[in-house]
Design a protein around this ligand. Sequence first.
Ligand code: 8YV
Length: 322
Amino acid sequence: SDDRPEILLIRQTRPDVAERLGQRFRLHRLDAAPDRDAALAEIGPRIRGLAVGAMTPIDGALFDRLPNLEIVSSFGVGYDTIDVGEAARRGICVTHTPDVLSDEVADLALGLLLATVRRILQADRYLRAGQWRQASFPLTTSLRERRAGILGLGRIGRAIATRLEAFGVHVAYHGRRPQDDVPYAYHDSLIGLAAASDILIVAAPGGPDTRGIVDAAVLAALGPEGIVINIARGSLIDEAALTAALKAGTILGAGLDVFANEPHVPEDLAALDNTVLLPHVGSGSHYTRAAMGRLLTDNLFAWFDGQAPLTPVPETPARGGR
Ligand code: 8YV
């Protein structure tokens, strides 16, 4: 008989992850099941571990179907779609994939910032449309002498800050608390940070605590030269307020890799010329996604070896195996 621990994969489709897990565990896939409900009823009680794609809703209703679940290993650093309070109450450990993607996401944030400030994509479209032969591309705003405000100076926020320093851009930040090991100015309110900045970079976690905190007042404080960059979660920004500010010219532009209701992007945001919009690609390189996949599997390996998981989230118990 096969008495290996049984693991359920939900929206985690990387072949290398499935292969590596399959060498050690009995794997089940919910995506492949014709009747999800019947599949859960049959295998649910035997499942001890979950491997999930990022942005996958994981809640108490699912935990009810998995009474012997010990660990949820999630692909991605953000875990706002996982009900960690409910997991903690049930003694279920949740792990994520921090650190391995910070540089990649920070690189993309700088790319998005440069593309937005120097209108790189608009210039490419201008050339391809043959307009260069008629006239030079209009001059743009600049990164020179700008002041960036980072909302959320976590692992990714710090990686963005060091890059901004290299570009000669002044950095300040707002977050839950000041950090004593950084040289950047702390603002105890987001609106204060926005008022002191003309670039606002969103790098804080999503979820109920941060929903809509970049609102009309924050955008007004950022001002008419203001640039908003978001590589975190769309939920942090009031998209309607952002769209209105971009249309009215009360801010200058926005570069967004994330949206409130992915993969749906508001049409009026896409119709604007002063936006650069990307389909949530921050961590999306072969190199980094492979590293995330390894960390996802390593967390499950450690757990079922009876060791402490490598990268548990702080909200859930991270005891070593049962
Ligand atoms: C996702 C992300 O993991 O890490 C996160 O929080 O949002 C991304 O890296 C990616 O979209 C894969 O699903």
